[in-house]
Design a protein around this ligand. Structure first.
Ligand code: TYM
Length: 341
């Protein structure tokens, strides 16, 4: 079976990285797969969230899905807390997953920082919940940005161990779908740091709700270097050479963003702008960003002003998601030996 599952956390400030690494690909996959797209509110509370903001941010993510082109009649979109199978399977998978595996998760180390003793237990077992999200639907494919790769490898390990422990061929081994020319969009202020919701500088990212002026300003202020733009000689078999990437991370970040937004290869972008000054390239990038992103931002604002409409879509999605997950969970119970109907 070909079923897609993916999730986005409702933690505020959705940005260009979320769009190019994930949401735009969600839209593209709708034709070919049965798709479930989830606003992962259970994941969000692994760090404290203001309840009013959590509700607003949940609607914001749902609005971004709709505004980007997800068709809720076709794809299933819902918020995670409304389908009990996620939390329930997460417990079961926490008994399959190993402490040693979780100890290797780099995102936990990054997020917990130096104060690890004081991080929530939920933050530590976060990847088990992510495995449960995917496996509750026996999803075969998971579109994500590059930063989620390690979590998906863990999902594969958990699925394989479950199958081995109970001598079954039950859970699929999921395939990550890391698609497009911008699978890891970097900060506009520092080409070595990921574009992120948690960066204190708003100038480091383009938010999906930014207006035309903000987009132009942020791109103008984006960090660059004094050289002119490079040409295709920096590629080897279509991929950027690591030494060039390391020398000019900001330049290649902007070029990758341009490629992804225009849906052309990095090679074509390099040929197009070879030898150009950054100031002229930035004008082109700002125009393209506005053309692609401003309509999404406007539609998001319109949808967020109509919470009843968005809430209904999420509710209907939860019913459909539940109908898929419940029978799968029932089979899990039987495999494990839980009594019950
Ligand atoms: P989250 O909410 O941090 O991000 C949502 C999606 O956006 C991608 N992304 C990026 N892609 C490219 N460049 C960036 N700078 C960038 N920043 C974020 C992420 O890779 C992700 O695809 N743990 C997940 C949510 C999740 C999930 C799941 C995903 C929960 N359960 C099951 C897939 C399947 C997360 O925190 O994503």
């Amino acid at each position: 079976m070909r079923r897609v599952f993916s999730g986005v956390q409702p933690t505020g400030d959705l940005h260009l990285g979320n769009y190019l690494g994930a949401i735009r690909n969600f839209v593209d996959l709708q034709e070919e797969y049965e798709c479930l797209y989830c606003v992962v509110d259970l994941h969000a509370i692994t760090v404290w969230q203001d309840p009013i903001k959590l509700a607003a941010n949940t609607r914001e993510v749902a609005a971004s899905f709709l505004a980007s082109g997800i068709d809720p009649k076709n794809s299933i979109m819902f918020n995670q807390s409304q389908v009990p199978a996620h939390a329930e399977l997460s417990w079961i998978l926490s008994c399959v997953s190993r402490i040693g595996w979780l100890n290797r998760m780099t995102q936990f180390k990054d997020k917990a920082g130096k104060n690890r003793e004081n991080a929530s237990v939920g933050l530590y077992v976060y990847p088990n919940l992510m495995a449960a999200d995917i496996l509750a639907y026996k999803a075969s494919h998971v579109p994500v940005g590059e930063d989620q790769k390690q979590h998906l490898e863990l999902t594969r390990d958990i699925a394989t161990k479950f199958n081995n422990d109970f001598s079954v061929e039950f859970f699929p081994v999921v395939e990550p779908l890391i698609l497009g020319e911008a699978t890891r969009v970097m900060s506009l202020r520092d080409g070595k740091a990921k574009m992120s919701k948690s960066d204190p500088s708003d100038n480091s990212r383009i938010n999906l709700t930014d207006g035309t002026d903000e987009i132009v300003q942020k791109i103008r202020k984006a960090r660059t270097d004094p050289d002119v733009l490079p040409g295709p000689e920096v590629l080897i078999e279509g991929d950027l050479k690591t030494e060039d990437q390391n020398k000019r991370p900001e330049a290649f970040n902007l070029l990758s963003i341009y490629s992804a937004l225009s849906r052309q290869s990095l090679e074509e972008t390099l040929k197009q702008f070879q030898g150009m000054q950054f100031s002229s390239f930035k004008d082109e990038l700002a125009d393209l960003s506005i053309a692609k992103l401003a309509p999404i931002g406007e539609e998001m604002q319109r949808l967020m002003a109509d919470p009843g409409y968005v809430d209904n879509i999420l509710q209907e999605g939860a019913i459909r998601a539940n109908n898929i997950a419940q029978p799968i969970l029932k089979e899990v119970h039987q495999i494990i030996g839980f009594l019950g109907k």
